[in-house]
Design a binder for this molecule. Structure first.
Ligand code: AMP
Ligand code: ZN
Length: 114
C-alpha cells in the first residue's frame, strides 16, 4: 500500500466508495464523477503506478479483463457495447497514479476520444 495513494486508501476503506465487485486481488467501485450511466473504476489491490509498472507475464491484467467482462454482463451493458479504458500518464489523462481501468457503458461512445 502507498499511504499517499487515493485508490490504496479506497482499498483500505479509509476513503468510502460504492463497491460493485471485490475479490482477493481486484476491487471495482463506482466512479465519483461518472461519464456514462455505468462508470466503474477497476483496480488491482496491489499498487502499481500505471500499466507501465506491471511486469511482463503478471496475471493481474487478464484478471481485470475478466472482472470487466463479468461486470459488463451483470450490469447489462454487454449486448449494447461498452468501453474499457486505461489512461496512462499525464498526457494520457491519468489523474490517479494507481493502475486502473474505466468500464463505461449505457450510452453510445464517440471516436476518437478527446
Ligand atoms: P484517471 O483520470 O484515468 O486517472 O481516472 C481517475 C478516476 O478516478 C476519475 O474518473 C475520477 O472521477 C475517479 N475518482 C477520483 N476520486 C474518486 C473517489 N474518491 N471515488 C471514486 N472515484 C474517484
Ligand atoms: Zn495505490
Amino acid at each position: 500500500m502507498d499511504p499517499d495513494c487515493l485508490f490504496c486508501k479506497i482499498n483500505a476503506g479509509e476513503i468510502p466508495s460504492t463497491k460493485v465487485y471485490e475479490d482477493d486481488d481486484v476491487l471495482a467501485f463506482k466512479d465519483i464523477d461518472p461519464q456514462a450511466p455505468i462508470h466503474f473504476v477497476i483496480i488491482p489491490k496491489k499498487h502499481y503506478d500505471s500499466v507501465l509498472s506491471v511486469p511482463a507475464g503478471d496475471p493481474i491484467i487478464s484478471h481485470i479483463m475478466t472482472v470487466a467482462n463479468r461486470l459488463a454482463l451483470k450490469y447489462d451493458i454487454a449486448d449494447a457495447g461498452f468501453r474499457l479504458v486505461n489512461n496512462c500518464g499525464a498526457a494520457g489523462g491519468q489523474t490517479v497514479p494507481h493502475l486502473h481501468f474505466h468500464l463505461l457503458g449505457g450510452r453510445d461512445m464517440q471516436w476518437p476520444p478527446g
